[in-house]
Design a protein around this ligand. Structure first.
Ligand code: F3S
Length: 755
């Protein structure tokens, strides 16, 4: 138990820290004095301060020290730019960056990849040079999808990792807690700040029995989504247990954990078991499996009698394949009912496209099962009726199925093999077979199917299912087809029933790693320079924000008094703006353009209180900023709900904002604002929101005595009339007040390291 075992084969500086985890856990156990679930053990084993940490599931905030960070290319840009602005020589924890989101599917793997490299050259060059400079592993375009690469190379039982993508929980299939976060959290861990998470509740899912026939691991999560709905997992970790967990593969568990994101779960996890040992072995990490066995009883399994906040039981022996959708992943229909439900709901019955693969379902097992169905159909002379695409999750999976023949089976069937990247799953799909606005059905083995997600067409009815069912639909071309009961006609008109899929869990000849797409950071990084062109439209180096001037802020205009719901999408829209994620100046042109101005009930139309002119929100903010005038925003309830997008906090700071004053905040957005040196403040009396006019000016008073729990005052100066005061509360702690005073959390780190 005392050996030093590397976390992976690629980094010589990262070791597995079970000993430290157990030490922390012992401290927590002696304090809590109750049996713990497996997820709790991983979390509490990674506490920053196990002696002093308050632990109440669903209530307190845990300060954690994750083992590593993974970033995809769209979110990595701003995370790294922010990290750079802290002036630190290298990241504090192992980090990897994965180029998977920016590759558009058009004609097929190689051509699409070449085009993406051309189009995104400056982003890739930046990421490649910045990762080299700051000691980060870089997986270039073509290497594969972040979650598949993490599973193949970095995940290990008992680890805690964060990743800047919602499906990071995929790694729960190897018994680790992997949590999807925003860029700001990644920057915290990269810069050695503890990372904060509300102590999750634990939803226990007991699996009994064993799957058979057409049922697959995907169907477990599709069924669960139907039970819990898309909100059922919010604030919870889904922890699987029961004898059923030992009956299927680690990659199958990965699929289930991946899609736990669809029920809103913080993450999902399976306890350490033999399937994980086998997968670790097959991916050349047998040593980790052996090491983990030594910690199985105390660290890598739940305690006897551990209590769950909720419990759901699924009998795998009775599990039917499910098809979920359209438009939401929790609308679960068992295959035996699909015909009836599809007709009743008037869903388009022709299956136009079947898409397999993605981060969710592209294991060797998935591919061999899919290929077995196709071979069966081919033996009867059948090819795909629908268009059929295959997205391998990684170069390793692609090379292995190319060597072992499944790839040929797919192409002979009429399939198009896309790049090892997100592609149609994230909407990077230049779909040509139908016109936008045409009602149609597609079925994929992906995880999400919200309106327009895959092809940008709101009339596409997108369903998610196992790769097995996707293949069956592609053969039949019809959503009413149930491969378990419905016969097909072979080339001679004879009827036959497809055989249930037969898969191989792990490649008998071992994995073929394919092309070498990994770039390790060099040992000597002093001469590496980071490539950002000053004329780039997509990337811009960040200048540190100014520190606080030590005075109360007087006579500030209200940029906008937002009316009603203001989500992070209203604050910093996604869609076409995504390409500016690495360019704060350009992306700031979307600041609050979706929010409604309480004065005229219009979006993106606010009055410059000095000139009287109505203009867009970002333009007006710039006018104020360029004249050295700070401003505030007034907001309603739950301001900033939605995603953890840090741009929603960076933009107002960049445009000269000083305080955001609301009835209440969504917590992540509130913390993000604090990190950027802004003041998120609350009306003590929510009714004061109504008394403020958008043309009033305000003073924020009491800042020289700014302290936790101490109220501040907003003095309101109406355009005509007497000034009046309203009390403001806040949730700043001592450390966060220092962020404000330094100008941002990163400035504070920088000051500490340089002084
Ligand atoms: Fe990519 Fe889709 Fe997964 S976008 S990371 S393949 S959910």
């Amino acid at each position: 138990r005392d050996s030093k075992v590397h976390q992976n084969l690629l980094e010589d500086h990262a070791f597995i820290n079970y000993k430290e985890n157990v030490k922390n856990l012992d401290i927590v156990k002696s304090r809590l004095n109750r049996p713990l679930t497996y997820a709790e053990k991983i979390l509490y084993g990674h506490l920053d301060n196990p002696e002093g940490q308050d632990i109440v599931r669903g209530q307190t905030y845990l300060k954690l020290r994750p083992d590593r960070v993974a970033c995809q290319d769209a979110t990595a840009q701003m995370a790294i730019l922010q990290f750079m602005s802290a002036g630190l020589p290298e990241v504090a924890k192992p980090v990897t960056v994965h180029c998977d989101h920016l590759i558009q599917a058009q004609t097929g793997g190689e051509k699409d990849l070449a085009r993406a490299k051309e189009l995104n050259r400056e982003v890739y060059d930046f990421l490649s040079s910045a990762t080299s400079k700051y000691n980060i592993g870089f997986w270039g375009p073509g290497s594969g999808i972040i979650h598949q690469i993490v599973l193949e190379n970095y995940a290990f039982p008992g680890a805690l990792i964060i990743g800047t993508d919602s499906h990071t929980p995929n790694a729960g299939g190897l018994g680790q807690l992997a949590i999807g976060v925003g860029g700001a959290d990644a920057v915290d861990v990269m810069s050695d700040l503890p990372w904060e998470l509300k102590a999750p509740k634990i939803l226990g899912v007991k699996l009994t029995g064993r799957m058979n026939g057409w049922a697959s691991p995907k169907d477990i999560i599709l069924k669960l989504a139907g039970i819990t709905t898309v909100k059922g997992g919010t604030g919870k970790i889904v922890e699987y247990f029961g004898e059923g967990v030992d009956t299927f593969s680690a990659t199958g568990m990965g699929t289930i954990c991946n899609m736990g994101a669809e029920i809103g779960a913080t993450t999902s996890v399976f306890p350490f078991n033999n399937s994980m040992v086998e997968y670790l072995d097959a991916t050349r990490r047998g040593k980790i499996g052996e090491f983990a066995k030594l910690y199985k009883n105390d660290l890598l399994s739940a305690d006897e009698g551990a209590e769950y906040d909720e419990l759901i039981e699924i009998n795998l022996s009775e599990l039917e394949p499910y098809v979920n959708g359209p438009f939401t992943p929790d609308l679960a229909t068992p295959i035996s009912k699909l015909k009836e439900v599809a007709v009743q709901n008037n869903w388009p019955l022709d299956v136009k496209v079947g898409l397999i693969g993605s981060c969710t379902n592209s294991s060797y097992e998935d591919m061999t099962r899919a290929a077995s169905i196709i071979k069966d159909a081919a033996a009867h002379g059948l090819k795909a009726k629908s268009m059929f695409t295959v997205t391998p999750g990684s170069e390793q999976v692609r090379a292995t199925i190319a060597r072992d023949g499944q790839l040929d089976t797919f192409t002979d069937f009429g399939g198009v093999v896309l790049a090892n990247a997100c592609g149609p799953c994230i909407g990077q799909w230049d779909r040509q077979d139908i016109k936008k606005g045409t009602k149609n059905t597609i079925v994929s083995s992906f995880n999400r199917n919200f309106t327009s997600r895959n092809d940008g067409n709101p009339d596409t009815h997108s369903f998610v299912a196992s790769p097995d069912l996707v293949v069956a639909f592609a053969i039949a071309g019809d959503l009413r087809f149930n491969p378990m009961t419905d016969k097909l006609k072979d080339k001679d008109g004879n009827e036959f029933l497809l055989q249930p899929p037969q898969g191989v869990g792990l490649p008998p000849k071992g994995y073929d790693q394919g092309k070498d797409t990994y770039q390790a950071p060099p040992k000597d990084r002093s001469s590496v320079s980071v490539k950002v062109s000053p004329t780039s439209e997509r990337l811009q180096l960040l200048e540190p924000f100014d520190s606080w001037d030590g005075k109360d802020a007087l006579n500030l205009p209200i940029l906008i008094k937002a009316f009603g719901k203001t989500t992070t999408d209203h604050i910093s829209m996604a869609g076409p703006w995504l390409k500016y994620r690495g360019h704060l100046e350009n992306i700031s042109n979307n600041y609050m353009i979706g929010a409604i101005n309480a004065e005229n009930k219009k979006a993106n139309s606010v009055r410059n209180v000095y000139t009287g002119e109505y203009k867009g929100v970002p333009e007006t903010a710039r006018e104020y900023r360029d004249q050295g005038i700070k401003w505030v925003v007034i907001g309603d309830e739950n301001f900033g709900e939605g995603s953890s997008r840090e741009h929603a906090a960076l933009e107002p700071r960049f445009l000269g904002g000083f305080a955001i004053i609301t009835k209440s905040f969504a917590r992540i957005h509130e913390t993000n604002l604090k990190k950027q040196g802004l003041l998120p403040l609350y009306f003590k009396n929510p009714a004061d929101y109504d008394k403020i006019n958008p043309t009033d000016k305000v003073d924020v008073l009491g800042l020289t005595e700014f302290a936790p729990e101490r109220e501040l005052t907003l003095r309101v100066h109406p355009e005509n009339g007497e000034a009046w005061d309203c009390p403001l509360t806040h949730t700043f702690n001592e450390e966060q007040i220092e962020w404000f005073k330094s100008g941002s959390a990163l400035n504070k780190i920088k000051n500490e390291k340089t002084h």
